[in-house]
Design a binder for this molecule. Sequence first.
Ligand code: FPP
Length: 247
Amino acid sequence: MTQPASTPIPANVPRHVAIIMDGNGRWAKQRSRPRTFGHSEGVEALRRTVEAAGDLGVEYLTVFGFSTENWRRPAEEVNALFDLLRLYVARDLDKLAREGVRVRIIGEREGLQGDIAEIIANAEAKTRHNDKLNLIIAFNYGGQDEIARAARRIATDVAAGKLKADDIDPDRFATYLDTAGIPAPDMLIRTSGELRLSNFMLWQAAYSELIFVDVLWPDFGKPSLEAAIEAYQRRERRYGGTDPEPR
Ligand code: FPP
């Protein structure tokens, strides 16, 4: 994708942008550095992107920080990713809180190291009254796992007589997902040229505009986000109908 020739149209900025931050390992390899170096530079890209999203008027930004499948990576790399979440929150939470960012974490909490669960709870509690930008970090997250956990809770509620099986429809189902109350992503970006969803927001991305860019995540920032939004603004959203849907 080319860089933007102009800035995006402010009136038609996607309300919710979701990003698969891919390519950290390749970025590091190109520089003969360890993969973990790519991940730390990935945090810098995340910081730039959060700032840019706020500036551009995006209301929800969801990023894929650690997937339920990432446990298959070497322990050293898994630990580095957990450390980066700790570091990011330790370094940026006060600033995010001050700037009106609400932080939420989606994914399986069970089995996470104790301090991580605490860090997540603290970040969410500290920012829960903010509403300028919602930053949603998918951590220990898998779309299939999220749907299975929702189904389990629905089954429990049905068994307890709190919910009728006949009342389960997509809207009701969505209230059991980690993203309950959060609108579906309008645009889903994946960096690094890979053309897959990789188990990210499987339910929520049903009608998201998919934008694949070649840039490796550590090189991402405001110009890349603007270019992606411009590409989004050239798309016509029909949601299964024949006419463009009014926003
Ligand atoms: C994919 O790159 C990226 C990840 C698995 C992790 C993304 C994490 C960050 C950007 C930093 C962590 C930030 C927080 C807040 C947790 P890859 O390693 O798969 O790259 P490759 O495909 O080039 O090997």
